[in-house]
Design a protein around this ligand. Structure first.
Ligand code: MGD
Ligand code: MGD
Ligand code: SF4
Ligand code: MO
Length: 756
């Protein structure tokens, strides 16, 4: 290890959506890195969790990749960058040439949205490849919310955010922010903010099949049968109409579809949904009355609502209830942030737009599944590789960027086998893990501490408007390459065309400048793009693009037009970040629907209501059924990675199968005993953990584990490997409009494993 420079820097934590401000002190000794919460960060005020603190150990992790790797057979060789890009080009270019652009797919993992360079330059790579085979973690996560909000408000990023710091009533469905620190809800110190809600007399109600840590601190916990939140919400919405409580308040003048919505909700009486959800009819009515009576209220649904067969319907109905109770676009209700670097709902003509196209225009080859916002369901990746058409057409090549789909997408055993059959696979990643072990070339990611950062994505989901630019805390090590550079060089190697990385970057910046000068909402509207480029010519790569976006964005200086406005230089002079204030009402200017109104009942969502009504009838006549599997997150874990960092290993991260004592007794299972869990697609073994707070009929296993593949390099993680819950989840059932996988409510059989 080399001697580190002695310095103190402040940066946004890139590990989860909370976006805490960190203070990083380094040097002089090798490995001297201390990470703590930045007390002067106006947004996070010193809050930090164990994962943020572990960034120093992540930086020093000997298993974290430092040099490119090339695989021949089972042998990995460390090579220089030139050779690695040449090899990537040798593998990918002939596929594109001989089998067409759709023969090479791309999978974007979750950390892409936490990484400025990767976020900006992955678009360049995808565009240059020209592939329609785009996959990402979005379709095992939040895509249903984006589809619902896209149809209602006009863009895929028009997600409404609970105004957490001002609300009087928070109804949480299928989220555990005390552990996850929030999602589609960027708010550092969620535990503190939830406590503050209760201290100011607000009410917190949690709907979850498991008594989570969030449920424990709530005023009320309601257990719900997995997969039925859409029904509960429909019951609440119908009650609001029935009891004359539906009053959209200030939003009333901006709504389309109220009568159609009311009609579509008729099947969902509190009694009918009570039988299906296990939430009593009186409680359904009371929730409706409480939400309507609260001075302000916000309904919030996350993973437990989105990763179900009715994810889009549930996401829509969350916003329906918020609207009917007068909480759309009001302080304390749900609101739209206004991100400083811009978003689709801050650009173009204010108040009107093209809306979104759902379903998308392309179909997967094997199942004919529609694209959604330009991508295909992650659950369809394996079959597009392992099921060739009669003429041999199939996905032959794959580029993965910061993703580990072998642990994080359904029926991952099938995906692992499919990846092993690819003609070419190139991964940009920090580790040789369960996914990247199948690659032919692995290009290492720099340490998060050695890169600059700005949260382009989570400023759009944030409970306050804020802007924070983080310079690198440490220089790149000798031979290290920033990921923006990696992607530019990879793009040039794969697509050729004779462009150099610098030329490709210039084209990208010119595109950005043209977009800004053509945007009527931008303070730089109508200016010569060359003038904008000249103003940022002293910057390169992601800093140049970011400066353009900030200066042309809603708070921007408009390249001189608004001298007090934001620039990257202004952010550089504010190392702890800038608070831009609480969220402000944005109706109707935020809308980008063709009608210029909120669409409460678009035809696609009305059709979902019909499908939901049919499901309700089915559930009422079906017998009680067996066990279903749900997931859970753990405080010191981050999806499938960070398990190799000693600070986070062991302890509360047990990869156990949680089961209710009553179910355990019925099945003859003792606490700590080995059990076998079987689903339609797979089987695994885990230790049983009897948990009284779990609903009868439900078992829970966390995802992201299963680090026992000897072909990976994760020595610490392999000491407590756990099992991969996605060996059990099924690639077949999807939420149809969003293509999102069903990861909660998987039918399983559980039995004790006989001692041998
Ligand atoms: N059963 C079940 N499955 C789930 C979920 C669930 O609740 N239940 N949750 C789903 C959700 S919400 C998500 S977001 C997905 C996540 O799915 P993925 O994004 O596919 O998986 P991650 O575990 O986040 O893997 C991140 C990868 O990025 C690498 N990495 C980390 N930092 C960087 C970086 O800066 N640069 C690069 N190039 N690589 C980096 C890591 O080494 C790792 O390989 O999992 C989903 N899967
Ligand atoms: N510590 C930690 N933090 C993380 C992550 C992590 O892996 N570890 N991952 C990050 C990522 S990528 C994301 S997307 C977010 C996710 O953030 P959250 O959505 O808050 O994550 P979970 O803890 O999975 O919460 C989902 C909850 O839904 C419940 N649930 C399951 N099925 C149902 C159902 O049908 N109905 C209802 N009402 N509830 C149900 C589960 O019991 C669980 O408590 O967390 C982020 N933060
Ligand atoms: S809560 Fe999230 S953003 Fe904050 S320190 Fe922990 S991992 Fe980082
Ligand atoms: Mo996620």
């Amino acid at each position: 290890m080399t001697v580190l420079p002695t310095s103190t820097t402040h940066r946004t934590c890139p590990l989860c959506e909370a976006a805490c401000g960190l203070t990083v002190t380094t040097g002089p000794g090798p490995g001297d890195i201390a990470v703590r919460g930045d007390a002067e960060d106006p947004f996070s005020r010193g809050y930090v969790c164990p994962k943020g603190v572990a960034l120093g150990q992540l930086h020093s992790d000997p298993d974290r990749l430092r040099a490119p790797l090339v695989r021949r057979g089972a042998e990995w060789t460390e090579v220089g960058w030139d050779e690695a890009f040449a090899e990537a080009g040798r593998l990918l270019a002939p596929l594109l040439r001989e089998h067409g652009r759709d023969s090479v797919g791309v999978y974007l993992g979750n950390p892409v949205v936490h990484n400025l360079g990767l976020g900006l330059y992955s678009r360049v790579l995808i565009q240059a490849l020209g592939t329609g085979y785009r996959f990402s973690a979005s379709t095992v996560d939040q895509m249903p919310k984006q589809v619902a909000c896209g149809l209602m408000y006009g863009t895929e990023l028009s997600v409404t955010i609970p105004d957490l710091d001002r609300t009087d009533y928070l109804l949480v469905l299928g989220a555990n922010p005390m552990v996850s620190n929030g999602s589609l809800l960027t708010a550092p110190d969620l535990p503190g903010r939830l406590r503050a809600l209760r201290l100011r007399g607000g009410r917190l109600v949690v709907v979850d099949p498991r008594r989570t840590r969030t449920a424990e601190i709530a005023d009320e916990h309601l257990a719900i049968r997995p997969g039925t939140d859409a029904l509960l919400l429909a019951g609440i919405a119908r009650t609001l109409f029935d009891e004359g409580l539906a009053d959209p308040g200030a939003a009333a003048g901006h709504l389309n579809g109220l009568p159609e919505l009311r009609e579509a909700l008729l099947p969902f009486t509190p009694e009918a949904v009570a039988a299906a959800t296990r939430v009593p009819a009186d409680t359904v009515r009371r929730l409706a009355r409480e939400l309507a009576a609260a001075p302000s209220a916000a309904v919030y649904g996350r993973i437990g609502t989105t990763t179900t067969a009715f994810g889009t319907a549930a996401s829509w109905l969350v916003d329906v209830v918020n609207t009917l109770t007068g909480n759309l676009d009001r302080p304390g209700g749900v609101m739209w942030p206004e991100p400083a670097a811009g978003s689709p709902n801050t650009t173009g003509e204010a108040g009107r737009g093209r809306g979104v196209r759902i379903p998308g225009s392309r179909r997967t080859r094997v199942r004919g599944l529609p694209s959604v916002f330009g991508e295909f369901p992650a659950a369809a990746l394996a079959e597009e590789i392992d099921t060739p058409a009669p003429d041999g057409t199939r996905l032959r090549g794959l580029v993965t960027l910061a993703g580990n789909p072998v642990l994080s997408t359904p029926n991952s055993a099938r995906l692992g086998a499919a990846l092993a059959s690819l003609d070419a696979m190139v991964s940009v990643d920090a580790y040789l893990n369960e996914t990247t072990r199948h690659a032919h070339v692995v290009l290492p990611a720099a340490s998060p501490l050695a890169r600059s950062h700005y949260d382009l994505v989570f400023t759009a989901f944030s409970v306050r408007d804020q802007a924070h630019y983080s310079p690198p805390s440490l220089p790149l090590p000798d031979g290290g390459l920033d990921e923006a550079e990696v992607l530019l060089r990879l793009t040039c190697a794969a697509v050729g065309g004779g462009l150099t990385p610098d030329e490709l970057d210039d084209l990208t910046a010119a595109d950005t400048a043209r977009r800004i000068s053509a945007d009527p909402s931008s303070p730089a509207f109508g200016r010569d793009p060359l003038e904008l480029l000249a103003a940022v010519a002293h910057r390169g790569r992601q800093e140049r693009l970011l400066d353009l976006m900030l200066r042309g964005g809603p708070y921007g200086d408009g390249f001189g037009a608004e001298p007090e406005g934001l620039t990257l230089a202004v952010l550089e002079a504010a190392p702890h970040g800038l608070d831009l204030g609480p969220l402000r009402p944005r109706l109707p200017g935020v809308l980008r629907t063709p009608s210029g109104r909120v669409e409460l009942a678009p035809p696609q969502l009305l059709a979902e209501a019909g499908r939901l009504a049919a499901h309700l009838a089915e559930l009422s006549s079906a017998p009680d059924g067996g066990l279903v599997l749900i997931g859970r997150r753990q405080l010191r874990s981050n999806n499938s990675w960070m398990h190799n960092v000693p600070l986070l290993a062991g302890g509360s991260n047990g990869c156990t199968l949680q089961i209710a004592p009553g179910d355990a007794e019925r099945l003859g299972i003792l606490d700590g005993e080995r059990v076998s869990v079987r689903s339609r697609v797979g089987e695994l073994e885990a230790s049983a953990e009897l948990v009284p707070g779990l609903m009868r009929g439900v078992v829970s296993l966390p995802h992201g584990w299963g680090h026992d593949d000897p072909a990976t390099r994760n020595a610490t993680a392999a000491l407590a490997p756990g099992v991969n819950s996605n060996l059990l989840t099924d690639e077949e059932p999807l939420d149809p409009l969003s293509g999102t996988a069903v990861l909660n409510g998987i039918p399983v059989e559980v039995r004790p494993v006989p001692c041998s």
